[in-house]
Design a protein around this ligand. Structure first.
Ligand SMILES: [Zn+2]
Length: 375
């Protein structure tokens, strides 16, 4: 068994479910166990270890390898330590047909294992990097509110490149979409169901809003293309209104999910939607402005460290993915970021999450080659 596989098996057996998905104080909740275990692993290889508070009771793990000379550039290896919840048996690692099964195998303890094993190997090897400081940053809370990446940015830490670990099938990803969630509400006037003409039906008003969003607005977005990401999208994910058949409903609410392309902002999306409603003589109010805006990622593939990583991986053109990641948080905090890791997002969050052991090892080898290029 390779060191990478061994570490990944140990990580799967240490639950680190995001506390947002479990009752308070649940024994499987939180990243602490994993952070402390990795801290010990990194310290044994001679890395400088620090736990960085990111949220109450939760800390990012920073494990740093300083260069032989003065640090002239900084590199971050930044996977997340938390996972979504899982059934009991998913916390016991199992191997079958070259695949390792267990919660976090691909999302994203596989990246953790590949990155840290490579960094520890460089630390133990004969030649440390000349003037590049390399830090493994195990981040908390990626699966919920990104407290880890936000905390890292707030700490003022600077770097020239962060490689954010996510299962990209070992494709260097420089762009992903952002997400805007809006809560819209229509108001009407309640009346007895037997005389609907005395009321104004808020559900009917919202039905027209939903129809407009899912047809005309969706078609408009399909014409807006990004070379790596395809089209922006809109989807109405929830609707509720009214209480019983014999009351004309006076209120109806929807939750809307809008995936944005680089250059689009939450404020711009809101303006666009309300302009469209107005032109169609429809009214709705935006009732919750506290829904988090997750910005799109677009990192210049020509940045020297990105170009170098692409060349080590042997990839000519960078990739794009649809899902959001910590890379956006770090990039908007001033750290140029790409997404990269072994495993396939198709297996993430599933009841039989797995990773290909060959791909895991290939990933570790690519990290190693990239890190060695600074020696
Ligand atoms: Zn992930």
């Amino acid at each position: 068994m390779t060191n990478t596989e061994k570490l990944l098996r140990e990580l799967i057996a240490l639950p680190s479910v995001n506390p947002a998905f479990l009752p308070a104080k649940h024994p499987r909740a939180g990243e602490r166990r994993v952070a402390e275990f990795l801290a010990a692993t990194a310290a044994r290889a001679g890395l400088d270890v620090e736990l960085q508070a990111a949220a109450p009771g939760r800390a990012n793990l920073l494990a740093r390898l300083s260069p032989r000379g003065r640090a002239r550039q900084r590199l971050l290896l930044a996977p997340h330590l938390d996972t979504v919840n899982a059934a009991d048996e998913q916390f016991t690692p199992r191997t079958r047909n070259g695949r390792l099964f267990g919660r976090g195998a691909c999302d994203t303890k596989g990246s953790v294992a590949a990155m840290l094993t490579a960094l520890c190997e460089v630390a133990r090897g004969p030649q440390r990097p000349a003037e590049t400081e390399i830090t493994f940053a195990g981040l908390v809370d990626e699966e919920h509110h990104h407290a880890g990446s936000n905390g890292l940015v707030a700490s003022g830490l600077k770097a020239d490149l962060a490689i954010v670990g996510e299962p990209t099938r070992l494709q260097v990803v420089t762009a992903h979409k952002g997400t805007v969630w809006l809560k819209l509400e229509t108001r009407g006037k309640a009346a007895h169901g037997s005389c609907p003409e005395l009321g104004r039906n808020a559900v009917h008003a919202m039905a027209r809003v939903v129809d407009l969003l899912q047809t005309e607005y969706a078609a408009q977005l399909r014409r807006r293309r990004h070379s790596l990401l395809g089209c922006a999208t809109v989807s109405v994910g929830a609707i509720w209104g009214g209480s019983q058949p014999n009351v004309v409903p006076d209120r109806c609410t929807i939750l809307l999910d809008r995936r944005t392309l680089p250059g689009e902002t939450g404020a711009g999306v809101r303006r666009e939607i309300f302009g469209l409603l107005r032109r169609n003589k429809l009214t709705a109010a935006c009732v919750d402005d506290n829904l988090p805006p997750w910005l799109p990622l677009e990192t210049d593939p020509k940045l020297p460290l990105v170009a170098r990583f692409l060349s080590v991986v042997g990839q000519r053109r960078p990739g794009g993915v649809r899902y959001f990641s910590d890379a956006s948080v770090l990039a908007h905090g001033g750290i140029p970021s790409v997404v990269f890791g072994p495993g396939d997002i198709a297996q993430a969050h599933t009841a039989d999450e797995w990773i290909s052991l060959a791909e895991l090892e290939r990933g570790k080898g690519l990290f190693l080659r990239f890190l060695h290029s600074f020696s």
